[in-house]
Design a protein around this ligand. Structure first.
Ligand SMILES: [Zn+2]
Length: 113
């Protein structure tokens, strides 16, 4: 369990850092699109910035969701329910947790969902 804890801790700081970077990028694109006429579809630069901004925005949401998964895994570790399948209540195999430390279900239940 200590291994899972340190693994999740490492993932959490990594993801938090990535999220901070992405948010920085996103703000940069928002600033950049203020300088160009992003509303004008015929402005190629504005369209590119708007596109990249939406791409980064999607990555921000992805990183936020990932961070939330990690944090709930840490919470489960704290209350002792980590590594127990949320569906059938059986222990999740260690190999699965190694590959996917945020897994909440065993392989069988995950396949059924
Ligand atoms: Zn299960």
């Amino acid at each position: 369990m200590t291994t899972a804890g340190s693994l999740l801790e490492a993932m959490r700081s990594q993801t938090a850092q990535r999220l901070a970077d992405l948010r920085g990028d996103y703000r940069g694109f928002v600033e950049a699109s203020k300088d160009t006429n992003a509303d004008d579809e015929h402005d190629p630069e504005g369209a590119t910035i708007a596109f990249e901004r939406s791409q980064v925005g999607a990555l921000v949401l992805q990183a936020e969701a990932h961070l939330a998964e990690i944090e709930s895994a840490v919470a489960r570790l704290d209350d002792g329910t980590y590594g127990v399948c949320a569906v059938c209540g059986r222990p999740i195999p260690a190999e699965r947790l190694e590959v996917r430390p945020t897994a909440t279900t065993c392989v069988t239940c995950a396949a059924r969902c």
